[in-house]
Design a protein around this ligand. Structure first.
Ligand code: DGJ
Length: 370
């Protein structure tokens, strides 16, 4: 009898305990449990503030594959530390041949809110099922509520039949002379120059420009931009979005042609646009890069690696994905520590961005709070 009452007491204690204790600090690289006690599954993600709530969107990763078996997940929080699992925001489908068929590659989802249409607009990198990284498309989905459900709209390559804004008559004349047959060998100085002059742009002009690693950015004037790795991941493109944030307008610019940048994350500080990227080494970490510009349209200037501390030359073992703006002057750098053999166990790096000599600096901290 005694043991029965003890069992009832134990059970009632367990039921009344919260699933996980409230956390008060950010601990990069460690397991980050959600409100159900499970490690947050929102990789390559971004964070949206809507009202007094933060929404974290990311790729759901499985035990043994990075292919999309579930879709885009969403978590909500009031303090950016304790996260409620809102479930799947955009679900992949079992419809055969659908753009987001289960088993496609769906990476780096980002969501922005359009105050005019009152819609939540999700953009992501999409690779069609069974085609590796060959499709190189972006996908767009929309929802009435931040946590979804998101309705898939379309996927495509970028800016077909359009040259970047900086290509005037002279640049077009040069691009016209480029012949791929003369540049079979990559990484030579003449090949780099030709890429800068539009070698790959020209190749993809009809079909549309490749669109892989990506982020979104909404400027103070409400204009939004899609920033993505294009031209075989050699050149970043910044494409202006239509007022409803659901399409490209056709105006775009290029950043660091032939510079081989992935994982763009962008923020604006005191009127200057800062972009942090990675190099291209698959799931393996490499040294972060940083660029700044007085306008989204450039000119973009490259700066040294902003990371400081252990493994600063490898972005602390991670790869950039997003910068959260808390307020002017207060930013959080988000990155992923990938685990390609156990993707669900990938970890998060969240670190505050400081400034030294007016340039962003990201210093490693084992544990910190706001
Ligand atoms: C690096 C990219 O940043 C990731 O999003 C992913 O596409 C991997 N490459 C795949 O190797």
């Amino acid at each position: 009898m005694k043991s029965f009452f003890f069992a009832v007491f134990l059970l009632s204690t367990l039921i009344s305990l919260p699933a996980t204790a409230q956390r008060s600090t950010i601990r990069s690289g460690e397991i980050w449990p959600d409100d159900t006690g499970v490690h947050i599954n929102a990789h390559g993600g971004g964070v949206l503030r809507y009202g007094d709530t933060w929404y974290w969107f990311g790729e759901h990763k499985s035990e043994h594959t990075s292919d999309a078996l579930v879709g885009v997940t969403c978590y909500s929080s009031k303090d950016l530390v304790n996260w409620h699992n809102c479930g799947v925001a955009l679900s992949v489908t079992d419809e055969r041949g659908h753009d987001i068929e289960r088993g496609c590659i769906l990476e780096r989802p980002k969501v922005i809110y359009n105050p005019v249409t009152k819609k939540f607009c999700m953009w992501f990198h999409l690779e069609l099922k069974g085609r590796g990284y060959g499709a190189a498309r972006y996908g767009v989905a929309v929802a009435e509520r931040p946590e979804g459900p998101y309705r898939f709209l379309y996927s495509q390559r970028a800016d077909a039949g359009t040259w970047p804004v900086e290509f005037g008559a002279q640049e077009l004349a040069v691009a016209d002379t480029l012949n791929e047959a003369n540049y079979k060998e990559w990484w030579t100085p003449s090949w780099r120059k030709a890429v800068g002059q539009g070698l790959i742009l020209k190749h993809d002009f009809g079909e549309g420009q490749m669109s892989r690693d990506m982020t979104l950015f909404v400027d103070d004037d409400g204009k939004a931009y899609h920033i993505f790795s294009s031209e075989e991941n050699l050149t970043l493109h910044i494409a202006e979005l239509t007022n409803d944030y659901l399409h490209h307008t056709g105006r775009y610019t290029r950043v660091a042609p032939a510079g081989h940048n992935e994982a763009p994350a962008i923020f604006k500080h005191n009127g200057t646009y800062w972009m942090i990227t990675s190099g291209c080494t698959g799931w393996a970490p490499n040294e972060a890069r940083m660029f700044s510009a007085p306008s989204v349209w450039g000119p973009w200037t490259q700066h040294p690696n902003p990371c400081r501390g252990p493994k600063a030359d490898l972005t602390f073992g991670g790869q950039s994905t997003f910068v959260i703006t808390l307020e002017e002057g207060k930013y959080i750098f988000m990155a992923d520590i990938w685990r390609p053999r156990h993707p669900i166990d990938a970890r998060y790096i969240w670190l505050p961005i400081g400034f030294e000599n007016n340039k962003p600096i990201i210093r490693w901290q084992d544990e910190w709070n706001f």
